[in-house]
Design a protein around this ligand. Sequence first.
Ligand code: NDP
Length: 246
Amino acid sequence: MSNTKDKVVIITGASSGIGEATAKELASKGAKLVLAARREGRLQQLQKEIEKNDGKAIYKVTDVTSHEQMEELAEYALKEFGKIDVLVNNAGVMPHSFLFKKKIEDWDKMIDVNIKGVLYGIAAVLPTMREQKSGHIINLSSVAGHVVGAGSTVYAGTKFAVRAISEGLRKEEAGNNIRSTIISPGAVTSELIESITDMDLKPGIEEIYKGAIDAESIARAIAFAIEQPSDVAINEMLIRPTHQER
Ligand code: NDP
């Protein structure tokens, strides 16, 4: 019997890329999905596609930078499905730039989405998971959560933070049977690099992304972590394209 079947899984950033691929992968394994992002049309389309393939999915338009909206998302999952087994804190933005360009708005956005969004997600599901005495929180970090490159300074700062938060979460909640997993992808084909506005950097990054792996590669890794028996926690996975050196 699959460990994924009938698990209630909330995915933030489900409207494209890794989030969307993960939703499809988990739906095919019988999970009940709660899809979240800001673009409603995309969520509707994904829900329809999952249902067409006999999967189960509902959605709620959610901005992860709003603590209130994240609480409402968790309440919606509970109301519709009666429990929350897994949260995939996947929403993220990556507007790389050099520090001297002073793209303060981009820095704020990365801190709000990549760090605060993850914290608000944890805050929204933790009381339920503690009460259930079970749960699994999966946070998307990055190779940039391990290695800092020129131009990726602030993004890397947010992804190092995601790893620190995940490790603290693991230590705090291990006794409550709550698993935590850090997923650190290398270059993956998605809409992520579209948010880069620094034109001195963008062409170089586009070149690197020509060798990117597909989002399904990361979806399979997330599904693997979820599928493990409850006494096994896959705490961290680094997944790069084979030829990616850094
Ligand atoms: P995409 O740009 O394709 O997806 C990002 C998702 O985040 C979208 O669904 C977007 O939905 C959502 N999002 C952005 N801002 C918000 C917000 N304020 N509230 C709610 N949702 C938001 O990129 P990826 O799929 O590649 O990224 C997924 C995660 O993987 C990110 O955390 C990223 O940092 C990480 N990652 C990706 C890598 C890659 O090479 N692609 C490498 C390493 C890590 P919407 O706009 O509809 O709200």
